[in-house]
Design a protein around this ligand. Structure first.
Ligand SMILES: Nc1ncnc2c1ncn2[C@@H]1O[C@H](COP(=O)(O)OP(=O)(O)OP(=O)(O)O)[C@@H](O)[C@H]1O
Ligand SMILES: [Mg+2]
Length: 276
């Protein structure tokens, strides 16, 4: 299909600053090869090759329209009906024997706008437990543990189970979404600008949770905040707009990325965002 073809020069240019880390199978959580995402005939994003670790926080940055949200959707198979993708997405941090309904069930997703169900906190939290077929007598303890892990338990009244989830503040709803991801027992957390609508205090709490999650899980965090990426990420991926489509132009350890970004696009992006 013409929409998917890339010239050799494009491929070299796209991959020049993408470090292929996590060569060893025991470190690699996800491998992406020759990924193209397209809507009808138009290619939206290409990623030639990229590997993510089994655990750690990866900040995904880039200008508006460079395909960051589309990338997260493709990984989690949450494509909308106008989008399709081709290529390889090998997720290696799942247990191959683990029976699940879809790939989607291994991912926890937190979007820019909180996405809790219009029912009680208890009913929200029971969704992932029911899917995992956890015995009902264990539910309450597991729910309390997840709420405590995201710092919500102490903020709620004793009758939290009956409280309507949508009455929580935006930041609390985001944390409830994360608690649902914890109860799903997901290995991969996808965050798409989770704090862009939140106040600094809620942002700080969520950044701490993201950092903690990264100690044991793979966390992909789309963010427009370079400060946030610098504070929480272990690795950085930079997308850019190239010939009317998005492309990955850099992947490296965040320490290196922020000290001396390798690609001209990253340098320009950092300069524009920080004015330095
Ligand atoms: N369902 C769709 N059909 C057609 N085009 C789409 C669809 N979804 C996204 N796109 C296009 O794909 C491109 C990338 O969109 P995407 O939302 O992934 O960008 P983004 O990097 O997340 O931007 P932002 O930083 O503004 O959130 C845009 O040009 C968008 O219009
Ligand atoms: Mg987006």
């Amino acid at each position: 299909m013409t929409a998917l073809s890339l010239s050799t020069n494009d491929q070299v240019a796209n991959n020049a600053h993408v470090q292929l880390l996590f060569n060893e199978p025991e470190c690699c959580g996800m491998r992406i090869k020759d990924l193209s995402i397209f809507a009808k005939k138009k290619t939206i994003l290409t990623v030639n090759e990229l590997r993510f670790p089994k655990k750690g926080v990866v900040a995904i940055m880039g200008p508006s329209g460079s395909g960051k949200s589309t990338f997260l959707k493709a990984l989690s198979e949450l494509m909308d009906e106008n989008l399709a993708h081709k290529g390889h997405i090998d997720i290696t941090c799942f247990d191959a024997n683990d029976e699940c309904e879809s790939i989607c069930s291994h991912f926890a997703m937190v979007w820019q706008k909180p996405t809790v169900f219009p029912c009680s906190i208890y009913d929200n939290l029971k969704v992932p437990l029911r899917k995992r077929k956890v015995a009902r007598k264990e539910w309450l303890d597991l729910m309390k543990k997840a709420l405590s892990d995201v710092g919500l338990l102490g903020e709620l009244n004793e009758d939290w189970a009956k409280q309507r989830a949508q009455r929580l503040s935006g930041g609390q709803q985001q944390r409830l979404s994360i608690a649902m991801g914890l109860l799903k027992d997901s290995n991969i957390f996808l965050f798409d600008e989770p704090t862009s609508a939140l106040d600094p205090i809620s942002t700080e709490i969520i950044e701490k949770i993201i950092k903690d999650l990264g100690r044991t899980k793979l966390v992909l965090l789309v963010t427009h905040s370079l400060g946030q990426a610098r504070r929480v990420s272990d690795y950085s991926a930079m997308f850019h707009n190239h010939e009317d489509k998005g492309a990955l132009c850099e992947f490296s350890a965040s320490e290196d990325f922020f000290k001396s970004p390798a690609s001209p696009q990253s340098r320009e992006f950092i300069m524009m965002e920080t004015g330095v």
